[in-house]
Design a protein around this ligand. Structure first.
Ligand code: PRP
Length: 180
C-alpha cells in the first residue's frame, strides 16, 4: 500500500467486480445499439478504459474536460467546458462516464451541455457516489459502482494534486497529506 494511504476502501478485486457488473448492465440495456461513451477527464480515464472492455457493444468514444470553480457547497458554482467532444451526437445514445459524483455539479452541467446537442438519450455512469455530499443538483447516476462517505479518496484515476491516479485500488488519503 502507498505510504500516503491510510486504508484501502475498495481493492483491485472489488473494483473489478463492480466494473464487470456495470459492464453487463450496460451491455444488456444497450443491446443492438451503438452508444457514444463520453469520459470526463481526467479522473474517469482508468474506469472508462476498463469499463468499455467489459461491455460487448459496438461503442464509440469521446472525451470532455470540465472544470468547476467556486465553493463546492454552492449550487451557483460555474462549470467551464474546457474541452468539448469532437463527435456529432445528434440522435445518438450517450453514456457519460465519471469517476466520482460529489456535489454533482460537474455532471449536471455536462448533461445540460450535451442535451443541447440533441442526443437520443444521455445516461450517467459513475464509479463512486459521495452520498454524504451536499448536492448541487438532483442528478443521479443511472449506473453506479459504490456509495462512499465523506472521505478523501484517491487511486484508480482519482487524484490529489495530480498524484495517486496510478494506484490499482481506491484508498483513503492520510489527513496529514492534504491538511497542512
Ligand atoms: C472531479 C471528478 C468530477 C468532479 C466531481 O474532477 O472527476 O469531475 O470532480 O465533483 P462534483 O460532483 O462536485 O462536480 P476534478 O475537477 O478533480 O478533475 P480531474 O477529473 O481532472 O481530477
Amino acid at each position: 500500500m502507498h505510504r500516503d494511504v491510510e486504508r484501502i476502501l475498495f481493492s483491485e478485486e472489488e473494483i473489478r467486480n463492480a466494473v464487470v457488473r456495470i459492464g453487463k448492465q450496460i451491455t444488456g440495456d444497450y443491446k443492438g445499439k451503438k452508444p457514444v461513451v463520453i469520459g470526463i477527464l481526467k479522473g474517469s480515464f482508468v474506469f472508462m478504459s476498463d469499463l468499455i472492455r467489459e461491455t460487448e457493444l459496438d461503442c464509440e468514444l469521446d472525451f470532455m474536460i470540465a472544470k468547476s470553480y467556486g465553493n463546492a457547497a454552492v449550487s451557483s458554482g460555474i462549470v467551464n467546458i474546457v474541452k468539448d467532444i469532437d463527435m456529432d451526437i445528434a440522435g445518438r445514445d450517450v453514456i457519460v462516464v465519471e469517476d466520482i459524483l460529489d456535489t454533482a455539479r460537474t455532471l449536471a452541467a455536462v448533461k445540460v451541455h450535451l442535451l443541447e446537442k440533441k442526443p437520443a438519450s444521455v445516461k450517467i455512469c459513475a464509479l463512486l457516489d459521495k452520498v454524504t455530499a451536499v448536492k448541487a443538483s438532483d442528478l443521479k447516476a443511472d449506473y453506479k459502482g459504490f456509495d462512499i462517505g465523506n472521505e478523501f479518496v484517491v487511486g484508480y484515476g482519482l487524484d490529489y494534486a495530480e498524484r495517486y491516479r496510478d494506484l490499482k485500488y481506491i484508498g483513503v488519503l492520510k489527513r496529514e497529506i492534504y491538511e497542512h
